[in-house]
Design a protein around this ligand. Sequence first.
Ligand code: PEP
Ligand code: MN
Length: 370
Amino acid sequence: MIIILKPDTPEDGPEVREVLRQVGRFPSLSARTCAIEGSSRAVVEIYLIGPTAQVPEQTFAELPGVERVVRVSQKYRLLGSHAADLESMGFEHNGVRFDQETLHVFAGLCAVDTPAHVDQTMAALGKAGLRTTRMGAFKPRTSPYEFQGLGATCLPWVFDSAGKHGLRVIAMEITHEDQLDEIRAALAKTGAPVGVMLQIGTRNAQNFELLKLVGQQRDFPVLFKRGMGITLEESLNACEYIASEGNRNIVFCLRGVKTHLGDPHRNFVDFSHVPVVRRLTRMPVCVDPSHSVGRRDRGPEGLLDIFHATAQGVIAGCNMILVDIHPAPAAALCDGPQALLMEELPRFLEDVAIVREAYERRVTAVRRNR
Ligand code: PEP
Ligand code: MN
């Protein structure tokens, strides 16, 4: 059960205290209070945990400051939309807003290699007006003999370069709790010139201890990449592991699923799930066309398959795009064959803008005819 307070009701005010006092009358229930910054308004939600089936809604619905009471389904208790027109789970990180309405392009290096490549990339992104990027320092590779990422040593110069070129948020994968401390230390050392969104890669989609760890902290939002070989439901439940520890600032990323039915693409592109995740949950949804497609082939009209896959995500209303780009893909230490070239960035962004406009026109048309 979720008790939604009227907008602008303070999280620590008398209305919330009264709800919690009433919850106290049911010994088997506990409550968790959460301030949600939705796309249109900020509200406080109180989640009742425990057997609520026998708890009458009126107990709470008639209290001062309560807007409504929603019975939640068993599935996706914290992140679900529960068919109840709940606020999307938006958040702001280092001045950048994320919710089910916004769209951000996180272009950058799959794996950080040299300071020159990082700086060249950041400069081009800044010049193109982007405020968000991706940079991999800790790389979980399929083979132990492949490049594993530069690790903590590169963090200070990556963060400095981002700050210098006006980037505000970096998506960065972590695979182990020590790396969270290393990121914190490097941010402290450099004066936090940029924000970090912690990425959970597909290989760790069911690493429940890591999920709980990123859920227990509130300093960094989390970009969760769906498991490549598990169902969508299992991936969404994995996000509940993060949320149930307290951190609800989560973006859900589609990155393709592993099957040879997707050949010749690296993974089977699953961006038709964008509206599904936006409907079932309140999370912003990201697509990763680079790891889905995995190659630089192009259609007969001249557009890269990566552009086409991106367009599929954008036309369906995605909120974030994670895309690999590299100044010298042949020299990249990871995933060079799927990286966009620097000179392709303006065309890529133009293509995204064209498709986003088409998406917005579709939304206007459907709302008009509803
Ligand atoms: C990545 O984004 O660098 C990555 C390794 O992706 P995934 O976890 O989706 O394979
Ligand atoms: Mn990669």
